[in-house]
Ligand binder design. Structure first.
Ligand code: ATP
Ligand code: MG
Length: 397
């Protein structure tokens, strides 16, 4: 029996004027997360989509699992498709009950049966009773309309029916790339992958840039960043990235020619400058960082303001008002926490001053930078960068 998933949109319903645009984007996003398992069929009906696997049979639950990570989806129902005659419907509700039981942790004892949708013949009530008793006989479950362990919904459509047995919440947000593109600064830490994923959820297509201090930091630190980007492909199936050598190009000149206490803020300004150049090459219009206000000394209000003044593009900091515990919880949910928590040396620890300036002023920073060959430093970093691409690999379904 063919597995189907019914997709309900999030927020899209509100975007009246641009609705076709968002729907088209959601179709592309759904196709993208299922590309590796072959073509799928997506039918639009009554303000929702019905997704069906193509010819190839897919592992049970794969469709719903993949779709539960597509931004723009509010919730989903897993089910099977059936013809509308009595015998087909009876077979379909038994199959749906079997699938519901397989997806539940404990053996269900109760169920509810509801029939809705296109019911010109006025059969819905009679069908509820008839199909309910089919399920009761096949499973031994009792009917409980208030708090059932399993809820079976028969949706009558033109010429066919869908029997839905499981509701799964989607991530919400807006579909892939509907808001444009941005470059996220991805460190090996906990915060920056969360920030990148949050902006993906608002419809931004995210590219990533990482600054590393090879050969002073380890190869393992680089692998960690690739793996973090890989984990983020659960939310955006293809991610383009750039690795920028930072030690010789930026950190050495700063160590030799800039006041010690300002190094951290100066280094951050260089990161943003380089990221901005990369962004404008790829029609990205914003930068994303994982800064949270006052989490560390480089994140005082003064320092964040001075950091931003190095670039013209908006710098998005979706974590700015969040506490560490909340950020950690989000990292766990998006699947990056375990990777971020592994050992890995950080480029910025390398030359970090013992007493970094907590309230850098524009005047002090400009004076320091006027003694540095800023443009040629930026150029040498860009000249030695390497590009990479990571794609979703199904490791957890
Ligand atoms: P994270 O956990 O994201 O590293 P953090 O709390 O450790 O954040 P910082 O190390 O001060 O904070 O970095 C603040 C932000 O600057 C990061 O969230 C990230 O966006 C960016 N950043 C810092 N170091 C790097 C790096 N080596 N490469 C790319 N971006 C970086
Ligand atoms: Mg960090």
């Amino acid at each position: 029996m063919r597995e189907i998933v019914v997709v309900h949109f999030d927020e899209l319903a509100l975007k009246q004027g641009r609705r076709p645009y968002y729907e088209k984007a959601l179709v592309h996003a759904i196709e993208a997360v299922l590309r590796d398992v072959g073509p799928v069929r997506i039918r639009a009906a009554h303000g929702r989509f019905v997704v069906t696997a193509g010819r190839r049979a897919l592992p049970a639950g794969l469709l719903i699992d993949r779709l539960s990570r597509v931004f723009g989806i509010h919730h989903l129902f897993a089910g099977v498709e059936s013809a509308r005659d009595a015998a087909s419907l009876a077979a379909a509700v038994v199959e749906a009950a079997r699938r519901a039981a397989a997806a539940e942790g404990e053996t269900p004892r109760t169920f509810a049966m509801r029939v809705r949708g296109n019911d010109r013949e006025g059969r819905a009530r009679a069908l509820e009773i008839e199909l309910g008793s089919v399920v009761a006989v096949a499973t031994g479950w009792k009917v409980d309309l208030h708090r059932p362990d399993v809820s079976l919904i028969v949706e009558l459509a033109a010429g066919r029916a869908f029997v839905l047995h499981r509701r799964v919440e989607g991530p919400g947000g807006l579909p892939y790339a509907t808001a444009g593109q941005a470059v996220a600064l991805l460190s090996g830490g906990i915060d920056s992958p969360v920030a990148a994923a949050m902006m993906m959820s608002r419809g931004l297509r995210i590219g990533v840039v990482h600054f590393h201090s090879r050969p002073f930091t380890s190869e393992a630190a680089l692998r960690k960043v690739y793996r973090l980007a890989g984990a983020l492909t659960r939310w955006q199936p293809t991610i383009f990235g750039v690795m920028v050598p930072f030690a010789e190009t930026i950190q050495r000149p700063l160590a030799e020619g800039a006041p010690t206490a300002l190094r951290t803020v100066l280094a951050r300004r260089f990161m943003l400058r380089i990221a901005e150049r990369l962004a404008s090459e790829h029609r990205s219009r914003a930068l994303v960082t994982g800064d949270a206000l006052a989490q560390v000394s480089s994140q005082t209000l003064e320092n964040l303001a001075v950091t931003d003044s190095a670039v013209g593009m908006p710098v998005f900091r979706p974590l700015v008002g969040m506490g560490k515990a909340e950020i950690i919880e989000r990292a766990r949910r998006i699947g990056t926490l375990a990777i971020s928590e592994e050992e890995g040396d950080d480029c910025c620890a390398l030359l970090a001053p013992r007493n970094p300036e907590k309230a850098a002023t524009v005047e002090a920073i400009e004076a320091a930078e006027s003694a540095l060959p800023v443009e040629s430093m930026v150029r040498s970093a860009l000249d030695s960068m390497t590009r990479f691409r990571v794609r979703f690999e199904d490791t957890d379904t």
